[in-house]
Design a protein around this ligand. Structure first.
Ligand code: PEP
Ligand code: MG
Length: 588
């Protein structure tokens, strides 16, 4: 990141957004703006004719959505395409459709205005919720409203996009995103929209780089403007200079080369040069990612972020749905393990059912929310128990800061097991139980938490933000988000030592484990299990295979003794040179 920061300082033709889907692309902008819809108001003469037109518009809209839904299924798989199924359901909602039709008859008013009015009742509530999740979903509903009105006007939307362009727009609906992918669009950049938007989820699953939420985008970028899109870090470069293009062309070619070379590593063991085995597991964010695991060289799932299911399904999954999904995952991973983490709701993630909080990161997040919403928590625990009959499922809690949270959870687990027993369904009450160590208090008190657990998984993303008092999403203080700060390394060392003393297994699942630069230090500190996103597993394995465990231990001691991140990075750079290890951090 340092190299990148220096690169950014050298110019001012870039804009920052949210890195919503990884990848790089250099190309021209296609500015996509939806026509503003002017809705016809006033009275109509022929009610029957208006009703027929309305029914036709609904039928046509459904047909369009059906087409999009099928395309999505083909491109993204059944599960993730369900985003569109949810939209289709709104269009089939008899209550809504009948109310509109009845109002056309009663009020003898333009169908367009009534459609707008009825949809806006829902939209008003959704936008008023002051919840980013709800406003993202509201955009989906708005899309349906506009589709119906456009069909009432019998207007066709035609795009003149040529293949190979970068779509630049104020915002994107899921339908836009999937339809553009058919035209071989190479990247997306939007002024609004965040990580949880359906457009972002779709872009990620289609592997199309995307940078969302770039403010003042449309004031700056016009048709055909040349752009560089960096979906890894969330930057776009407007009218890039030759040297910027050169910089990124080089990155793109390295990325392609590394991707090809790394394929060969997949079946090689994950061991250091002196034969110490290091376990490599996968982080799974969306169920579809499971396909990538099989070709990534990882074994088992070290972190399954269940809160992502809500994004994926577009609604909160009940116990039955969860049971089906977890059972499927555990069956596909068998005999390797699946570590299912309880919903980590709150913070910057899904804020469903949440009150407005001034400091969400310090608020009702993770286990705190779950213990406050026991019905939701028990439903999830039961689903996990029901999916664990093959004994390859582990259960993990996010955001633990006290022993009490563990004990209360165990009490609930006992209750769940008793209730399941009474209903006669198959389940397993013997699930390995672990916690994320991602809050400084848990790290300091690891020796008291360890006897209550079967395993620890270190969540460096949060641990670093809470330890350094730096919001992990705030660009203004990004410089202080230092994963190599000696305080971070020392904290890791204490956690690892405590876990060893109590003989419980320990792994790391934060992004730090995806940084090739961090691997030797982490191994040297005593970590022998890593859980990383499947796409980065090959470069991590290559790094592990290039140094000795013995020297890594020395490196860790040297780094622990440093006073600053800069000093640590110097030690690591020397280590990389000594073993001739290639850095690939940027490329992941
Ligand atoms: C972490 O905090 O390091 C972690 C893995 O959890 P998440 O990124 O889901 O908060
Ligand atoms: Mg976390």
């Amino acid at each position: 990141m340092k190299e990148y920061r220096e690169f950014l300082h050298a110019s001012d033709n870039w804009m920052k957004g949210i890195p919503a889907a990884a990848g790089l692309y250099i190309g021209n902008a296609y500015v996509y703006s939806k026509e503003t819809i002017v809705v016809k108001e006033g009275k109509i003469k022929d009610v029957e004719e208006a009703v027929v037109a309305y029914r036709e518009a609904i039928a046509r809209s459904k047909k369009e959505m059906d087409k999009i839904f099928n395309l999505a299924k083909e491109k993204m798989g059944e599960q993730r395409a369900s985003i569109f199924e949810a939209q289709l359901m709104i269009m089939e909602d008899p209550e809504l459709l009948d109310v509109i039709e009845q109002r056309i008859r009663d009020e003898k008013a333009e169908p367009e205005s009534i459609v707008k009015d009825e949809f806006n009742k829902y939209l008003g509530m959704m936008f008023d919720a002051e919840d980013p999740y709800m406003s993202e979903r509201a955009m989906d509903v708005q899309d349906i409203r506009n589709r119906i009105i456009r069909n009432l006007k019998k207007e066709r939307w035609t795009s003149t996009i040529v293949p190979g362009m970068i779509v630049v727009s104020e915002m994107l609906t899921p339908a836009d995103t999937i339809l553009f992918s058919r035209n071989d669009v190479k990247a997306f950049v939007t002024e609004h929209g965040g990580l949880t938007s359906h457009a972002a989820i779709i872009a990620r699953s289609l592997n199309i780089p995307a940078v969302l939420g770039v403010s003042k985008l449309l004031e700056t970028v016009t048709a055909e403007t040349e752009l560089i899109v960096d979906g890894f870090y969330g930057y776009i470069f407007v009218n890039p200079t030759e040297s910027q293009k050169e910089f990124f062309r080089e990155k793109i070619s390295q990325l392609n080369k590394v991707n090809t070379a790394l394929k060969e590593l997949i079946n090689l063991p994950s061991v250091t040069k002196d034969g110490v085995e290091i376990e490599l597991q996968a982080n799974v964010d969306v169920t579809g990612e499971f396909e990538r695991i099989t070709t990534s060289g990882t074994k088992g799932i070290g972190l399954y972020r269940t809160e992502q299911l809500i994004e994926e399904l577009g609604e909160f999954p009940d116990e039955e749905t969860q049971t089906r999904i977890y059972t499927d995952l555990s069956a596909r991973a068998y005999p390797d393990v699946v570590t299912i983490r309880a919903f980590d709701l709150g913070g910057d993630k899904t804020r469903l059912f949440h009150p407005v909080e001034k400091n969400p990161f310090l608020g009702l997040r993770g286990i705190r929310f779950l213990l406050d919403n026991k019905d939701i928590f028990k439903g999830q625990i039961k689903a996990i128990m029901r999916s664990a009959t093959n004994r390859n499922v582990r259960f993990m809690l996010p955001m633990v800061s006290t022993v009490k949270e563990i004990r209360e959870t165990k009490k609930l687990m006992k209750e769940c097991a008793d209730e399941l027993k009474a209903t006669g369904v198959k389940y397993s009450g013997k699930i390995p139980f672990g916690i994320m160590i991602e809050i400084p208090s848990a790290a300091v008190l690891a020796s008291k938490l360890a006897p209550e657990c079967d395993f620890f998984s270190i969540g460096t993303n949060d641990l670093i933000q809470y330890l350094m008092a730096v919001d992990r999403g705030n660009d203004l203080v990004a410089d202080l988000y230092q994963e190599f700060h000696p305080a971070v390394l020392r904290t890791l060392k204490y956690i690892i030592e405590d876990s060893k003393q109590f003989n419980i297994s320990i792994s790391i699942c934060g992004e730090m484990a995806t940084d090739t630069l961090a691997i030797p230090v982490l191994v040297g500190l005593g970590l022998k299990s890593f859980s990383v996103s499947p796409t980065v597993a090959p470069p991590i394995k290559r790094t592990i295979r290039s140094f000795t465990y013995e020297r890594a231990e020395q490196l860790a001691d040297e780094c622990i003794a440093c006073a600053s991140e800069e000093e640590v990075l110097e030690k690591i750079a020397a280590f990389f040179e000594e073993f001739n290890i290639q850095r690939t951090r940027y490329l992941i």
